[in-house]
Write a protein that binds this ligand. Sequence first.
Ligand code: UD1
Length: 427
Amino acid sequence: MDRIVIEGGKPLSGRIPISGAKNAALTLLPCALLTDEPLTLRNLPRLADIDGFGHLLTQLGVSITVEGVRRGEFGRVMTFRADNDAEPVAPYDIVRKMRASILVLGPLLARFGQATVSLPGGCAIGNRPIDLHLKAMQALGAEIELASGYVKATAPNGLTGGTISFPFVSVGATENALMAAALAKGTTVIENAAREPEITDLVQCLIAMGAEIEGMKTDTLTVHGKDRLHGATHAVMPDRIEAGSYACAAMITGGSLELVGAREDTMHAILAGIADAGGLIEFGKNSIKVTADKGIKPLSISTAPFPAFPTDMQAQFMSMLALASGTSLLTETIFENRYMHVPELARMGADIEVRGRAAVVRGVPGLVGAPVMATDLRASMSLILAGLAAKGTTEVNRIYHLDRGYERLEEKLSAVGATIARVGGEG
Ligand code: UD1
């Protein structure tokens, strides 16, 4: 297994292109199942998760063509066409590796009246049930049966609009509900819907495909179902979590990075955190520049659904705050087990104490390189950040997590002055 080796302690400086958002792409890809016409997605990131989802779609009878990249464009352009008959089954082998596979449930059910999807099972950051996804489908008239580790959902006469009222915010369940409602008979109201920018990206793609949706960017979405949707072309939004991660890289190394393509409107809470920690932020025409000023100030941050501070940035901020000039308090309210990076950061000299859902981060003057083990995607990035700031050599093992979510990580960081390389074999 490959690992990433970093010689830390160098301030990073320069421009980093921000890729298309993984989490947006993972909900745009299943939209292809909603029509027999081609759906073209631009600005798709080159990531293991996207390839994995593509593999699932081909199993579901979707043909995929990849276009050459145009000048000035980084992301891939792919066209998906779901015009073949295939069994609407998402097998365990694929779903267990990629939880987002559950997002084929709504589209398959809405278009074909049936779907069989493996239950995803647990995950490193928590239990992560799918009960809200299933309740949403039931609210649209689906029958749900659980057997042998699979969800079998049926709606022989199609789905019918209804009210879906979520007891708490779920990004994935809102996405499944939206895609299913787009082809249901009549009107669906989704209450307490997630407002993450990736949901807005999904709504815009569905509208481009002919869906009728009101309430974009609010927590109540009204969907007037259509008999059929048509093909469309849609560009994936820039990845706010990748951009936020590199903002932390500028801060933690005492450097200055221009995040090219990053979108301010999707990053308010992240940028507010960077500014409160002492970063200088400059907005360009199509970029955001983050410059470390006088060290890192401690923060008190709680994760919560958008527009609040994202759970997907908690680990990266923790690394940054490990070097702050005082004590920070982080509270994780979304996932129950999202502090797996803490013992690894401690191996590099961080002083962090976890108390239930809270973590007390006492800033230390410096970190020291060490071999560390990545446990999940964002935790992996927190170790990369710590390695960039640490004195000496850091080896990050199990980097397949990073390949799921950070496109060309070593290339992007090398280009702004980091000494970072991928080497074969686990350390
Ligand atoms: C998505 C993101 C993930 C991010 C998370 C929260 C993708 C591919 N992943 O995950 O990166 O960290 O949003 O912003 O877009 N829950 C239930 N029952 C359900 C569904 C969720 O109890 O049926 C719980 C989860 O365990 C969690 C909370 O709800 O505690 C929020 O999860 P959710 O918003 O659904 O996260 P995902 O969509 O899985």
